[in-house]
Design a binder for this molecule. Sequence first.
Ligand SMILES: O=C(O)c1cccc(C(=O)CC[C@H]2O[C@@H](n3cnc4c(=O)[nH]cnc43)[C@H](O)[C@@H]2O)c1
Length: 234
Amino acid sequence: MNLDQMQESPTVFHAEKQGAGMRVLVVTAVSAEKEAVLRGIGDTANFRVLAAGVGPVAAAIGTATALATDKYDLVIAAGIAGGFKGRAELGSLVVADEIVAADLGAQSPEGFLSLDELGFGSTLFRADGDWMRRVVEALHKAGLPVTTGAVLTVSTVTGTAETAAELVARVPGATAEGMEGFGVAAAASRCGVPILELRAISNPVGPRDRDAWRISEALEALTAASSVLREVLT
Ligand SMILES: O=C(O)c1cccc(C(=O)CC[C@H]2O[C@@H](n3cnc4c(=O)[nH]cnc43)[C@H](O)[C@@H]2O)c1
């Protein structure tokens, strides 16, 4: 099988509507995140919420499989995440303007070389601007603390201050860090479906301190945000 065949798009069905009745696929990593989203959106037939697994590969496979079997107008990568110091506080929400695969590339004595610099493709997907603005506006209106910025996708959770600083130097707009957004975005983009990423901050990005993770608070924030999603998207 050559590279073109490997990258062939799955059969994709596109829904026709862009307003009421639109179909939304929400992709989380784990079932606790899925349940948090479901508590917020309630009994809403036009949403499907999928826990695809942790990491960009599981996320891409789950998203591509869902898009190959059903019609969707919008895909949302959602879950908890680490927040970069001074940019996203614990318990707050981040809506991605850019979704960046921050550790996809090569190390070199001169520093990290991204996939773009290596000439092998792009490490960035842009979120759908219109839907992003609508969602952020509604979250603000609901009184929820929300910021926008780059959400990084990493395969290894950052565990030192040095790596956190390196990532900010690499991606100046870095606001939050998760492990799935780029995989979800890659699958959605290949299928021509707009993408958003919504994260609730459970921990600071930096020296690993699992006791400092505020997962329940982040899941509550995800539920509150999901209830706003339902209002905006139905
Ligand atoms: O232990 C639990 O109850 C629990 C509940 C929900 C989620 C988890 C996870 O550990 C999910 C892993 C998930 O979290 C994202 N995440 C959160 N913080 C970071 C971070 O600092 N850097 C990278 N990823 C982070 C990530 O997207 C994982 O999928 C546990």
